[in-house]
Design a protein around this ligand. Structure first.
Ligand code: FEO
Length: 392
């Protein structure tokens, strides 16, 4: 395959991974992904921006076979899905220098054992001339790791954003064409990867207002010829108030918690609250993460297993805690037989969720009149609180 041109002397040289179904041995990738690398050929120097996952190094090297010289390899991010082919590229182009932030140098020396003398470290705002093309480096910590940076090609108005603005989507389309599909994939990606870093992203979005952006080239998924599409989506996910929605992940072993969930969902719906219900036996964790992006309330449903919450519920709670969604309220419902510390254990697992804890409803065996009344009260409280805050 030939490199795919983006602008004059700027090309996509990445790899599409149609078959990958899991990232970090955790995150589901129902639509595969891509590892985008870019070749920028200036009048005097040539730069390769990012590389590809080591499983697909040969694809990248195939694109580079007719490229006689690479002067700089720009490493926007140290994670191996972008950096993993750097050693092969440096071996093929021994005169190339590796460009990274100082923290990026530390990460790459540690993860890939690249010798220190190969590096040129760049400060925030520093530029690098390729002749008729100029790269500006924008330090952007925490999109996705602390060492991440963005690279801006001034003359062409192209932002090489690495993980920021990406999507796990395998496609032959170089650019976003189907905005509905692209929005869904980008939101899933935001939920799974970027949500914990909303505060940093807010600052980066503000800073990027000063740049003229013609094209955003992320390191996963299709490119954005209409930068406002993805930037507006990020503004919504980062800045908008949460919605009048309850996310309800749960497990039921013998039907008691299931009965509580069904009653509670009906009560919430009757009060005008949207509910996103996830049976953790069946759900894709990415769908759960997406629902958490803009929900106001999380209610966890669990039976008691050996005094604590069901392990699948504990795992989902741990993930929610790590993703730090902007929840305002949390509660727990569920059933036990002879004794339970599920509420204490679950609330201890979610210290990052700075939300008000609403009175849990835990019952012995099947829910009776008293417990159903308690579920009605919890639904009333949630509906009222959402209304008070103006969530729609
Ligand atoms: Fe796509 Fe953080 O790597």
């Amino acid at each position: 395959m030939m490199p795919r041109p983006i602008k004059l002397n700027v090309s996509w040289v990445g790899a599409v991974d149609w078959d990958r179904r899991l990232f970090d041995a955790l995150i589901p990738l129902p639509d595969g992904t891509s590892y985008n690398a870019y070749l920028v050929q200036g009048s005097q120097k040539v730069a390769l921006i990012d590389t590809v996952d080591p499983a697909m190094t040969e694809v990248l090297m195939g694109y580079l076979k007719d490229v006689p010289a690479i002067d700089y390899v720009i490493a926007n991010h140290g994670e191996q899905d972008h950096s993993g082919s750097i050693p092969t590229v440096l071996a093929a182009y021994p005169n190339a220098r590796l460009v990274a932030t100082p923290k990026g140098k530390d990460v790459l020396m540690s993860l890939l054992q690249v010798p220190g003398e190969k590096f040129v470290t760049v400060n925030d705002g520093e530029t690098l001339s390729l002749g008729d093309k100029t790269l500006e480096f924008i330090h952007a910590p925490w999109v996705h790791w602390p060492e991440t940076m963005l690279t801006y090609l001034k003359e062409d108005g192209i932002l090489f954003a690495c993980d920021l603005f990406g999507s796990h989507l395998a496609t032959t389309d170089l650019y976003v064409i189907d905005e509905g599909q692209a929005y869904e994939a980008a939101k899933r990606y935001f939920a799974e990867i970027m949500m914990p870093f909303r505060t940093s992203i807010e600052k980066h979005l503000e800073r990027l207002k000063d740049y003229k952006l013609d094209i955003i080239c992320p390191s996963h998924g299709p490119l954005h010829k209409k930068p406002s599409f993805i930037m507006d989506a990020y503004r919504t996910w980062v800045l908008d108030p949460p919605r009048n929605t309850v996310v309800l992940p749960y497990i039921s072993m013998h039907g008691s918690t299931q009965r509580m969930v069904e009653y509670f969902v009906a009560a919430l719906v009757s009060k005008g609250v949207t509910v996103k219900q996830f049976n953790l036996e069946a759900t894709d964790l990415g769908k759960l993460a997406m629902a958490l992006v803009d929900a106001a309330t999380l209610v966890i449903g669990t039976p008691t297993v050996l005094v604590g919450p069901h392990p699948h519920v504990a795992s989902a709670a741990f993930l929610a805690n790590a993703l730090r969604p902007r929840l305002e309220f949390i509660s727990i419902i569920g059933s036990y037989c002879w004794g339970s510390k599920a509420v204490e254990q679950l609330t201890g697992m979610i210290p990052n969720l700075k939300a008000e804890v609403l009175e849990p409803v835990i019952c012995k065996g099947l829910p009776g009149e008293e417990e159903l009344k308690a579920l009605d009260n919890l639904a009333d409280t949630i509906a009222e609180k959402h209304k008070e805050r103006g969530f729609v």
